[in-house]
Ligand binder design. Structure first.
Ligand code: C2G
Length: 131
């Protein structure tokens, strides 16, 4: 079984995230998603609207996702790849090159981001409506 992993906050889930998850799943037979904890989001200077538990529950409902684990720090990826017997690591290409150190442990693939949508864009759009 070919196992794929990807990482992210996945806040205010949108079609760009779904495009990523679908393509990641299509690269293998099983997709693990490591979702950023609220504490790790703070390290990433990101504040998510939904809590970790709620973002996790939403991801677990997606047909492309087989398992959801927590992402607590930048350093856990090699361990995750080994512990979960991962064959392919996937990220959107806004991260191009940033995780090439994983190439000695698994395949590393950066997929084109979906243009025209982002969690920030959603927040800004809602702000404009409410102004
Ligand atoms: N993404 C995408 N297209 C978009 C928006 C996001 O392909 N329009 C992808 C991102 O490239 C990423 C994934 O969806 O691969 C999740 O995006 P975020 O939740 O913004 O994740 P990020 O904050 O980049 O966290 O250790 C890695 C980090 O946890 C990644």
């Amino acid at each position: 079984m070919k196992k794929v992993i990807t990482y992210g906050t996945f806040d205010l889930l949108h079609w760009g995230h779904i495009n990523l998850l679908r393509r990641a799943r299509e690269l293998g037979d099983y997709l693990v998603v490591a979702i950023s904890s609220d504490e790790f989001n703070a390290i990433k200077n990101k504040e998510s609207f939904h809590s970790f538990e709620n973002r996790k529950m939403i991801l677990e409902a997606i047909r492309y996702v087989d398992e959801v684990i927590a992402e607590d720090n930048w350093e856990q990826k090699v361990l995750d790849v080994q512990k979960h017997d991962i064959d392919v690591f996937v990220m959107g290409d806004d991260w191009e090159g940033k995780f090439d150190f994983l190439k000695e442990h698994c395949e590393v693939i950066y997929l084109p981001r979906t243009a025209g949508i982002s969690t920030t864009k959603i927040k800004e759009g809602l702000q404009a409506i409410n102004d």
